[in-house]
Design a protein around this ligand. Sequence first.
Ligand code: HMG
Ligand code: MG
Length: 287
Amino acid sequence: MAEAVEIFEMGPRDGLQNEKRLIPAPDKIALVDLLSKAGFRRIEVTSFVSPKWVPQMADAPEVMAGINRARGVSYAALTPNMKGYEAARAARTDEVAIFASASEGFSRANLNTSIDDSLDRFRPVAEAAAHDGIPVRGYVSVVTDCPFDGPTPPASVARVAAALRDLGCYEISLGDTIGQGRPETIDAMLSAVLDELPASRLAGHYHDTGGRALSNIDASLARGLRVFDAAVGGLGGCPYAPGAKGNVATEKVAAHLADHGYETGLDADLIRNAASFARQLREASHV
Ligand code: HMG
Ligand code: MG
């Protein structure tokens, strides 16, 4: 039997957060509803962040309220602080994510605070979620390269990943935020992180700016990772990471994994439909 690899769908959140035109909530809901039928176990729907920082995600409560929840799918959202967490809980978010940076420069740009202060701010979120029985995922950004501070030392990634684990994150997603990672730098980073956490608790989150995301996924598979974040249509980018392009496209990763004998459980036709709908949303933004 083929070995399973999971793709965690990021399109509605990481994919759309950087679009300049405000995409109407019903379109976002339609995208999530298409994705819900495609076989994903986890879909990141939105972010409960400051609307001053990411205006595109200001409709998070409306989007969460409007989606048709499929049985067995966990609907996730980013929560940077207690205000976001409380809104996410009120919106019946199945799991939340806290997101830290491996570099000080990106931490300031994305969260307006240092790495250590961001971790302090996440503590009450993690505690409240544990109390409420809501799983928490953790992200580490700029795991190989930072647009502000240059190459990221693997030890910095391992330190932040361990801190997120200690806060109770069930899985840590390792973000090549600006898509500058190479198989060698991804491998060196994973070697350090694997001293802290087993591969079964790690995910690869690779943006495809440099066109190397699939090679970086291969390097990660070789290290034992079996969860990868991706966005249908290759949508995306981070508003606080200059040069960040889209997440690696879900359909590309699914086809690549199938070619290498892995089973994702995704329906290729439904993914194609969702990808073309996602691209229409983006094209409508760019006219
Ligand atoms: P701040 O300005 O220092 O926070 O931002 P503040 O506490 O001073 O609040 C400023 C205003 O925002 C206040 O409103 C707050 O009420 C409001 P005012 O009083 O001025 O009217 N506010 C909120 N409103 C709604 N929901 C909230 C919330 N929090 C504050 N949760 C803060 C600090 C963390 C809030 C801000 O920096 C922020 O929201 N950052 C998020 C940035 C973001 O979402 N970036 C993209 C996601 S991360 C990513 O893409 C990387 C990833 O994909 C992995 C990878 O690729 O590496 C995950
Ligand atoms: Mg990202």
